[in-house]
Design a protein around this ligand. Structure first.
Ligand code: 4NP
Length: 150
């Protein structure tokens, strides 16, 4: 059973979307996975995903409404076998917390979609382009799923 954690900054836009998109794709592929998401920051802990993000996701049949933001913790290195960061800043913030001796892989989300030549999922909280974020998350989720099935 794969245990995968998606991580962004606030855990109200990109990583909850990645959690829902990847969970949906894995279910359709009949791949057993445990998925979760977290933010490196604590500003939105306990909150539901951001309204405009939920609305954009809902148009693609992803329900983000049950999700609640939490902060990434050092225990996540032992609780998951893959950690997927939405951008390079998330990746650096995660790596800064890595316990000595832990070797859990931490990968960039867009490393699973090299054909896009995009390295990060731009933060739609700032860009306001929620569909761009979903487009990238969907294509990277396809790539991650294919890698796990290979
Ligand atoms: P996310 O977007 O990292 O994709 O959840 C953000 C949402 C809120 C904030 C930062 C990023 N914020 O600083 O409030």
């Amino acid at each position: 059973m794969h245990k995968i954690l998606f991580v962004c900054l606030g855990n109200i836009c990109r990583s909850p979307s990645a959690e829902a998109v990847f969970a949906t794709k894995a279910k359709h592929a009949r791949l057993s996975v445990i998925v979760d998401s977290a933010g490196t920051g604590d500003w939105h802990v306990g909150e539901a995903p951001y309204g405009p993000m939920q609305a954009a996701a809902k148009l693609r049949a992803y329900d983000l409404s049950p999700l609640r933001a939490r902060q990434f913790t050092v225990e996540d290195f032992s609780g998951f076998d893959l950690i997927v960061a939405m951008d390079e800043a998330n990746l650096r913030d995660i790596e800064r917390l890595r316990p000595t001796g832990n070797d859990t892989p931490v990968k960039l989300m867009m490393s699973y979609a090299p054909q896009t030549r995009v390295t990060a999922v731009p933060d739609p909280y700032y860009t306001r382009d929620f569909d761009e974020a979903l487009d990238l998350i969907e294509v990277a989720s396809d790539g991650l799923l294919a890698e796990l099935q290979a």
